[in-house]
Design a protein around this ligand. Sequence first.
Ligand code: SAH
Length: 280
Amino acid sequence: MNPHSAQPKPHRPDSVAAPTRPRPAFPVRLEGIGAPGPIARPVPAAPSGVTTAARYPAAASVPTGLGLDSSAVRQAMVTRLAAQGLSHPAVLQALAAVERHRFVDSALVNQAYEDTSLPIGLGQTISKPSVVGRMLELLLEGRASPPGRVLEIGTGCGYQSALLARLVREVYSLERLRGLHDKARDNLRPLRLHNVHLILGDGMLGYPRGAAYDAILSAASGEFIPQAWLDQLALGGRLVAPVAQAPGRQSLVVVDRTAQGFVRTVLEAVHFVPLKSGVA
Ligand code: SAH
């Protein structure tokens, strides 16, 4: 399919109102995201109540061709991240492939490939690419094969879900704010990712229906790691989450579930939005 061709908007079966937010334009030529990566493959129907990102028809892209190629800008970002120490080939490939500019508002498109967090509405932010890459590397570290089922807490705009879709077999992503859950669904729809399931719900409870998870990744920082996450982590699985160590001081924490129990490792300082309970 030519992603530049402007096609009539398909009927949206999930909502009465068409999206009003214009798809962000990038000041360079846009190319399609392409199919999910080689290890991403379609999965059987999701449990009811779950939105599979690819269940809805792709929205037509707005052509904005202005000459250059956004993949070159993305590749430059990846080269900078690699120079800073990011090294996992699949993570670098995913960062080079997923069009971050499509996940931010049009006014921020020019900053999409800077290593910075950006507002995504409702007081939330899309994480810095270097931090997203670091967390994804931690998820894949030391594994002979990629994780199968992964639980993501904090879908936000869906950017990290799109990266995960290329790296693992199946992604269950929870978001507590309806506005962002809807935004992520709109952002991910054109990518037709059959292995991403978006769930509106309180991530502090995890998502028992998809458990056990080979990996759990949180994009929001709590005071502690919820027991539900530990319960839903498979034996041999790994959890990566920012956790407050003291007021105003968060660190990235890795928890490995081994036959001997949970092994917790505290890593570098980070700065994430807070993990909150309930759905809003
Ligand atoms: N990975 C996201 C980052 C979003 S920021 C992206 O790529 O855009 C973190 C998100 O966590 C916010 O959207 C916030 O609403 C969400 N969040 C916070 N507490 C949550 C909870 N208990 N359950 C689900 N989502 C939560």
